[in-house]
Structure formats: C-alpha cells, structure tokens
Design a protein around this ligand. Structure first.
Ligand code: NAP
Length: 276
C-alpha cells in the first residue's frame, strides 16, 4: 500500500486525500482545524502530526502558498531520505525556492492541479475533482523516481500530467488564472459601486454577471498569497488588461464602430488561444 501524508485538508488537500483513498492509498491528514472534519467526512484514514512524514511514501502540501515555506521548514526535521514531497500551490517559483532548503531538495516535485472551485474547506472536497483535468508538474532537478511517484499520484486521481519550468508555469498561470481572478474581484467591486443610489436591486441581473464574477467569491487569504507570490507576471498581465480596457473605453467614447469590433475580435482570438 502506498502511503501519503496530506498537510492541509481543505478543498484541494481533502480532494487529493479522498481520491487517493479511493485508489487504495493509505492517507493521513495533518491540519490545525480542518482535519477533524476531513476524518468525519471519510476523506482521510487517520489524523497525524508532521512526524507522520517519516512513515509515508509521499507528503502533499496543500496550504496557501504564503504558508508553504513555514510548513516546509517545520516538516524538514521529520523527513526520511527517500520521502517524496510535493505540493498543489497555484504559484511555483516561490515554493521551489523554499523547497531548496529541505534536507534533500531533489525529493521535492512541485505540482499544481488545474482544477478547483470558488469554495474552500473539507466540506467542499470531492474525490473526483481532478478526474479528466490537467496537473502541471515543475520537477526542476528532482530525482526521476520522485517525479514518477508524483505522476502516479495524479494519474491515480484521474488527472493528465504535464511538466514545465516553474517560471513558465507562473507566466502561464498569471495569464489564464491570476489575471482573471484579479479582474473578477475588481469587476464585482465596480459593479457594486456602480449601483449606488439604485436601492434594492438584489437578483436583478443576467447570466453574464454570474459567469464573469463566480470566482470573485473565492477565498481572500488564498488569493492574497497567490497575487503576492506571482507579483511580476501578474503586474505584466494587468498592464495588458488595462491597455485592452483603455482601447475599448476609447472606442466606446469616440463611437468608433471599427475599434469596438477590433476589441471583440482580439477577445475571440485570445479566448481561442487559451481554450484551444
Ligand atoms: P482551503 O480549502 O482553504 O484549504 C487550505 C488548508 O490549509 C486548510 O486545511 C487550512 O487548515 C490550511 N492552512 C491555512 N492556513 C494555514 C497556515 N498558515 N499554516 C498551515 N496550514 C494552513 O484552500 P484550497 O483551495 O484547498 O487551497 C490549498 C492550496 O491549493 C493553495 O496553495 C492553493 O493555491 C492551491 N490550489 C487551489 C485551487 C482552488 O481552486 N481552490 C486550485 C489549485 C490549487 P485550517 O482550516 O485547519 O486552518
């Protein structure tokens, strides 16, 4: 039986735990508050401390990326030479830099499943969350057997695995995830303030508002950490967004029919490029 220790049994960690259990792994959950609920929901076999790391094949970190360096430092004294350590964090360069201080850095394999929801905590966890979804690995200089184990872990969860460098990962995710979340937060806030003086209009909206702002209800701590960890690529993506918005705004202000059509055409092309 392959054994895993999941640190952080929230939405993603709880889903990894439940999926691995369903695939026949033995799973220990480690958490300050969430693990009791994870055990109650049957997401993990048992609750343990960081010292459980010594007895497992793989440790999966599933805490906010800002908490990852501190948790890795606390975990370090409990690691055995052969234990593989991986994570699910939404940014990778910072996590990889923190993992370089582990006693055996070549046992660390960065990971990021491209699956999730705007909900958090063990109650939102789902063993099937990763089925048919992609998982990006940033192995860097990791040992081949460690990479193979992490690939097997994600395949056991039904995900399709690909690898890239941490820098490529962070640039890609800035464009396809971090920018959309930043814009959704700003969009929902702007819509709220544009309603000033209209009285009670709750429920008076179309599907467009729901579609473009669903992710604006995502967790604030998680997104604070992601924005701060991926600052430079995100600022670059936000500059491009501001430029596009300014061009669209100018076309609307000038009644420039061709300018508006060109902005929509660039939108369609960008969407095709991302979605394939
Ligand atoms: P979540 O449901 O809020 O779970 C976070 C977990 O981390 C909880 O178990 C929490 O435990 C623990 N935690 C929070 N702060 C901590 C700290 N300072 N030290 C130690 N543990 C801490 O969040 P999530 O959505 O699963 O996100 C976890 C990771 O997955 C993040 O790195 C995120 O970037 C990544 N990710 C998220 C998504 C998504 O769509 N949500 C998708 C892909 C990757 P307590 O509740 O007991 O404090």
């Amino acid at each position: 039986v392959t054994r895993a220790l999941i640190i952080g049994t929230g939405l993603i960690g709880g889903s990894v735990a439940a999926g691995l259990r369903a695939a026949g792994w033995r799973v220990t959950g480690c958490d300050e508050r969430a693990a009791a609920r994870a055990l109650e929901r049957g997401l993990v076999d048992e609750i343990g401390g960081l010292d459980s790391a010594r007895a497992v094949d793989a440790v999966v970190l599933a805490v906010p990326v800002g908490a990852t360096p501190g948790v890795l430092a606390q975990l370090a004294p409990h690691l055995a030479r052969e234990t593989v350590v991986t994570d699910v964090g939404s940014t990778k360069l910072g996590v990889l830099a923190a993992a370089a201080s582990l006693p055996w850095p070549s046992r660390f394999v960065g990971g990021h499943p491209l699956a999730g929801t705007e909900r958090s905590g063990p109650d939102a966890a789902d063993a099937r969350l990763f089925a048919g979804r992609r998982c990006l690995l940033t192995p860097g200089g990791a040992d081949a057997d460690a990479v193979a184990l992490v690939e097997n872990l994600w395949r056991a969860l039904g995900a399709e695995v690909s690898s890239m460098t941490a820098a490529e990962h962070d640039q890609l995710l800035a464009a396809v995830s971090h920018l959309p979340h930043a814009v959704a937060f700003a969009l929902a806030a702007a819509a709220g303030s544009a309603l000033a003086g209209l009285g009670d209009v709750a429920g008076l909206h179309g599907a467009g508002f729901v579609d473009t702002t669903r992710i604006a209800s995502s967790d604030g701590v998680m997104w604070r950490d992601i924005f701060l960890a991926n600052r430079a690529p995100l600022l670059d993506a936000l500059d491009r967004f501001e430029d596009e918005l300014a061009r669209l705004r100018a076309a609307v202000a000038l009644g420039d029919v061709d300018g508006i059509a060109a902005a929509v055409e660039r939108a369609h092309a960008g969407r095709r490029r991302v979605l394939g």
